[in-house]
Design a binder for this molecule. Sequence first.
Ligand SMILES: Nc1ncnc2c1ncn2[C@@H]1O[C@H](COP(=O)(O)OP(=O)(O)OP(=O)(O)O)[C@@H](O)[C@H]1O
Ligand SMILES: O=P(O)(O)OC[C@H]1O[C@H](OP(=O)(O)OP(=O)(O)O)[C@H](O)[C@@H]1O
Ligand SMILES: O=C(O)c1cccnc1
Length: 491
Amino acid sequence: MRDRIGEDEKMYKDDSLALHTDLYQLNMMKTYWELGRADLNSVFECYFRKMPFKHGYAIFAGLERVIDYLDNLSFSESDIAYLRDTTDYPEEFLSYLREFKFTCTVRSVVEGEMVFNDEPIFQVEGPLAQCQLVETAVLNIINYQTLIATKAARIRAVCEDDLVMEFGTRRAQEMDAAIWGTRAAYIGGFDSTSNVRAGKIFDIPVSGTHAHSLIQSYLDDYEGFKAYASTHKDCVFLVDTFDTLKSGVPNAIRVAKEMGDKINFLGVRIDSGDMAYISKKVRKQLDAAGFPDAKIYASNDLDESTILNLKMQKAKIDVWGIGTKLITAYDQPALGAVYKLVSIENSQGKMIDTIKLSGNAEKVSTPGKKQVWRITGKKDGKSEGDYVTLWNEDPRKNDELYMFHPVHTFINKTVTNFDARPILKDIYVDGERIYELPELVDIKEYAETNLSTLWEEYKRNLNPQKYPVDLSMECWQHKMNTIEEVRKSVK
Ligand SMILES: Nc1ncnc2c1ncn2[C@@H]1O[C@H](COP(=O)(O)OP(=O)(O)OP(=O)(O)O)[C@@H](O)[C@H]1O
Ligand SMILES: O=P(O)(O)OC[C@H]1O[C@H](OP(=O)(O)OP(=O)(O)O)[C@H](O)[C@@H]1O
Ligand SMILES: O=C(O)c1cccnc1
């Protein structure tokens, strides 16, 4: 009998995340282990192929959770017992898993960094079986969090300096998505969350108004607002339960006047109807009643395109509450990041770079262990593009850099007077973590300053210019040679 928390609970007391992987990873580990290949040195790299939401940049998020996963990666007794019950793995292999210790070197871009398609954003180097095991969880985490941080950045871009509140928990794809999605949204530019636990765990500012149910429970706007106001100092009244202009706002004003200094009447929230039309009317009502500083909050299936449209219509909205469309990445539910083997030790102990071919030129992987360099003009501090090199290259040694499109090579430029910054940083060296996680506010601030190095042309939400992600000549030539070699070998 396994050691369960309770009869009805599926969780195990010693639950671990080691089995948060696809069965095929364990099956491949078994092959490597049985045939003496488990400890061959290997390099895997993670990247995505298309910009999410057709946005000009993505914001990397997920490293904190990946670190939490890797720091604690080991098979528990119940994991081993489960595998014993459900697979034909021999005891020796189960013992190998029981002894498992993560000893890889991990490099990653840091959270808040701008990242682009077709460049490595995460790299794992070490024993083949270990690199293989972590693929699923690493992709699971990075795919989701990077997607949400990017969606948040798109929303932040149209909201300009307005406050943006995250309201997504109730619509999120379960609890983990709510918690980590909220954190990613904060990195991407949101100001606060409604999720109190996320506030507690990550120190994100928590904020909120009240729901229709409060008003419904009193069957009346006035009674509902009065009740809330008599029990809270800060008040934002939800005014659209029955009739925004005829009842909601007039009663909010009445209560605000009656309560005077006893409350901070922060404003009203609108959650339905034509928000351009209604917000303008509401603004007039509040101003006429002597509350020019009261803010108008809006929510209801908002996203960057409705917000932009509302702004175009000169809607008088000051604060935006965003749930569903952010937390579910409604218009693009997956980032599509992949994790590919780029180099493997052969039987003579030599590293051999590998490739995955495809009929589609953009899907052909780039062989070899690589670094990504952010190239920035020294004069203006603006990013010129990312330059992907083989590991042993250092563009800082060059006075000028020839940057060309890896598929359409006629698109090229020569860059001089530049800084080159390697963006893949050491996180673990031989299994030992050497990277200290920054505070979340610092990550958020980093994302913001990082973004200021990007030309406006790459930042607009609609049809942005394509930011260059180029291969160094050596890296490109190496890719061409490898393609040629593989083609010959399969003939
Ligand atoms: N002026 C506007 N311009 C563009 N989009 C708007 C405008 N006003 C509201 N919207 C958006 O249009 C959608 C309207 O949703 P819907 O048709 O469900 O109306 P609703 O007001 O929520 O309905 P109900 O009154 O039944 O709650 C929402 O996504 C909302 O954010
Ligand atoms: O629209 P979203 O972007 O997803 O933002 C979250 C939504 O959640 C609440 O509505 P809900 O109907 O769940 O509860 P309510 O009774 O408070 O309106 C809130 O009023 C928002 O409309
Ligand atoms: O505080 C709010 O207004 C809120 C919180 C969650 C979802 N919708 C609204």
